[in-house]
Design a binder for this molecule. Structure first.
Ligand SMILES: Cc1cc2nc3c(=O)[nH]c(=O)nc-3n(C[C@H](O)[C@H](O)[C@H](O)COP(=O)(O)OP(=O)(O)OC[C@H]3O[C@@H](n4cnc5c(N)ncnc54)[C@H](O)[C@@H]3O)c2cc1C
Length: 415
């Protein structure tokens, strides 16, 4: 059923009791052309673009839990494309362009709100990095502006720009096309659109082994039995290295906890997104009125979806200096995700040394914004068995050649 004002009106007549399920829950077939491991946004987007762009529909997405239960629905939903290097700007900008038409494309409201993203500068080093990034962005056709402290105050009136603070605001980069989107809508919207193309979405199905015949992948062992596959595409985020291990591969990826938290709902006070890499604060306000905030990564490796108290204590301390107006707001919930981080803070979208086995991972603390572009480029790589020019620089080979894409300035801490 196409979602529209007419379908809402039609269903109102039956008191909204007859909406169909958004996607089927079929039993797994014995084999597929492509199996995608991981039902987060990236895996579901890959399935959708495999069907839509390449006509490959004999596809299953296997998810060990529920759709979006990983990082996809645990993140702070910041969307932007103002990365430093040409390679990153190209793929994140492709993603932002897909975001801009996504609700129409998949007939699902992903609630993209392009309210503008500020990246604050607190010292001379930050200012230099920010101005450099604005110039690099403009050369790449990505919208970017530099604001001085007064400009920041005009854009976000509740921010404290007093010079007499631990983290004075000296200026900020601004991407007006940046903003936020609704995270679980992204997973559900892609799932529904992929399902409509014939993709099987199978939840509660954990992959426990990858079956190889020589140098070729032939299927996967799962908690619901063996499933054969011509190709296996792994999009398992924080568990990528665990799945790689099943195929006898070792990835240059480390998994860390990363936390977010939300406040009780309050009246609208902040109508943009503010990020500070230096003090590990990023904040926006949800449609429900909650302040949505993220922290920095816990520095130890872990697969537990929770982080340490001192990390959010540090984050809230810095947050209150920037926004004294929040001082009596109560925080309501906190949670953690497991982020997969590469040494250069850039992702891996790549073939592997095993025929028919592909990995899309390493998005670390900032892959939500990349969901459409990542799925689009990965689908090309899987369908054609070769990378698209957008993701060729993000192949595993860069860890041998040394052609790393160092995005620590734009990606490592905040989003
Ligand atoms: C607190 C926090 C804040 C963040 N904020 C932002 C932000 O503001 N902006 C931004 O761009 N990014 C942000 N990120 C990063 C972003 O969330 C991730 O990069 C992105 O969501 C990754 O999507 P994914 O689909 O690859 O991963 P996931 O959504 O984690 O999906 C991977 C899926 O694989 C499944 N899986 C794993 N192993 C198996 C197996 N063996 N068998 C079957 N299934 C398996 C998991 O259950 C999971 O559902 C944040 C992350 C966190 C944790």
């Amino acid at each position: 059923m196409k979602y529209s004002i007419f379908s809402i009106a039609r269903n109102a007549l039956s008191h909204h009791k007859n909406w169909p399920e958004q996607w089927r829950s079929p039993e797994p077939k014995t084999d597929y052309d492509v199996i995608i491991i991981g039902g987060g946004g990236h895996g579901l987007a890959t399935a959708y673009y495999l069907a839509k762009e390449h006509g490959i529909t004999n596809v299953a997405v296997l998810e060990k839990g529920w759709l979006g239960g990983g990082n996809t629905a645990r993140n702070t939903t910041i969307v932007r494309s103002n990365y430093l290097w040409d390679e990153s700007a190209a793929i994140y900008e492709k993603s932002l362009q897909l975001w801009e038409g996504l609700s129409q494309d998949i007939n699902y409201n992903v609630m993209l709100s392009q309210r503008g993203v500020l990246n604050l500068a607190h010292n001379l080093g930050d200012v230099r990095e920010g101005v450099r990034r604005v110039n690099a962005n403009r050369l790449n056709g990505v919208d970017a502006e530099w604001l001085d402290a007064d400009g920041v105050k005009d854009f976000c009136p509740i921010i404290n720009i007093s010079k007499d603070t631990r983290h004075p605001v000296l200026g900020a980069t601004l991407q007006r096309r940046g903003g936020v989107a609704r995270h679980d809508s992204v997973a559900w919207g892609y799932a529904r659109a992929a399902d409509a193309c014939g993709v099987d979405i199978i939840q509660n199905c954990e992959v426990t082994g990858i079956k190889r015949e020589g140098d070729k992948v032939v299927g996967v062992e799962t908690t619901r039995g063996y499933i054969g596959a011509k190709k296996v595409a792994v999009v398992a985020a924080g568990h990528s290295s665990v799945v790689a291990n099943m195929a006898g591969l070792r990835l240059p990826v480390e998994s860390h906890p990363l936390q977010a938290l939300v406040s009780e709902p309050i009246k609208p006070v902040i109508d943009c997104v503010v990020m500070s890499g230096a003090v590990h604060v990023y904040v926006s306000q949800s449609d429900k009125g909650e302040l949505v905030m993220g922290a920095g990564v816990d520095s130890f490796n872990s697969y537990g979806q929770r982080g340490s108290f001192h990390v959010i204590e540090h984050q809230l301390g810095a947050c209150l200096e920037l926004f004294p107006v929040f001082s009596r707001v109560r925080m309501m919930r906190t949670w953690g995700g497991i982020v997969d981080v590469c040494p250069d803070a850039s992702p891996i979208i790549s073939k592997t040394s095993v025929d028919g086995l592909y990995f899309n991972c390493g998005w670390g603390t900032g892959g939500f914004k990349a969901t459409p572009g990542s799925g689009w480029a990965f689908a090309h790589t899987v369908a054609k068995d070769e990378p698209h020019r957008l993701n060729a620089p993000f192949a595993l080979g860069r860890f041998e050649t040394g052609a790393l894409i160092d995005e620590h300035g734009a990606a490592a801490v905040a989003h």
